[in-house]
Design a binder for this molecule. Sequence first.
Ligand code: 5AD
Ligand code: SF4
Length: 343
Amino acid sequence: MAAGNRLMGEDLLPLVELASPEELAPLFTAADQVRRRMVGDAVHLRALIEFSNYCRANCLYCGLRRENRNLARYRLSLEEIEGLIAEAYRLGFGTVVLQSGEDLWYDADRMARLIRYAKSLGLAVTLSLGERSPEEVAYWRKEGADRYLLRHETANPALHRRLRPGRSLEGRVGLLRYLKELGYQIGAGFMVGLPGQEAADLVADLELLVELEADMVGIGPFIPHPDTPLAGAPGGRVLETVKMVALARLLLPEALIPATTALGSLDPYGRENALEAGANVVMPSLTPKAVRRQYALYPGRICLDETGEQCRACLEARLRRLGRTVATGPGHSLKWERRNRNG
Ligand code: 5AD
Ligand code: SF4
């Protein structure tokens, strides 16, 4: 079924179509074994700082979309964000993820200040700021940013265009390739259960991850938000999503794959399920409690009342119960480290 030990496109469709827990169990076991062999039992914790919920984009699935007038918007000051970066350092995180909607208030220089501050503490810096200009991302890389998360969302070009007004898959993938050229570790990924998404589209999602040689892969269920045009859609399921996590692990054995908060929000053990089927990263939120519920990409988000410290402690306990450990150090992509070593 595989040519030269590699799953090919035509082999993927029947795997993507597996549906029953009985059929999926061996797939999850295989992904868990590949994860253990390739990246070990240590799970990387990333401190997530969601510093602004303003967004100029209008993605149909997302609660932060510009036309959602029911959302109270917030922007943290640079001083507040630096305070959170310092807290991440104090709590022992090796990486901060600076995430926001596409908010141009945080211009090239303001972001550069935050990047320099985090780097001065010895933290690895992941940016998750949406589609910003080539000049900006090049500048931030020069200032020390290590990684960039930009899920491709869906690899079906027509669906992509429909769900993301004014944007295209081509543009997004072009930016991902440019980020990689600049030397960023890149994170791609997609949602499972989008309205109109078919099995063949999920195959295309996996193939795109391989083609991009993604260092990081974010996969989560689509969860319909009541204040968006997709309010009435059915949304993605946990089992389907974990299946895609497992396939991503088999295709990209060394990738950094988070057990996403969206999975944890659909099911109290959603993240555990993913961690036992290929995932090796979790991203506890350090976003201040006062604004955390306003960072509402989707409804029903978990961990709204915990402090960053409590979040970290809870996750460490959950990992221990799974027999996993907490990784130390920056947790760079192994593939990226090799790319760099070879020139
Ligand atoms: N359900 C699940 N995930 C969502 N995202 C945005 N809206 C939703 C939703 N309704 C995801 C997108 C984006 C990431 C930050 O959150 O994939 O890239
Ligand atoms: Fe903005 Fe990202 Fe939400 Fe799209 S998914 S509306 S770009 S925050």
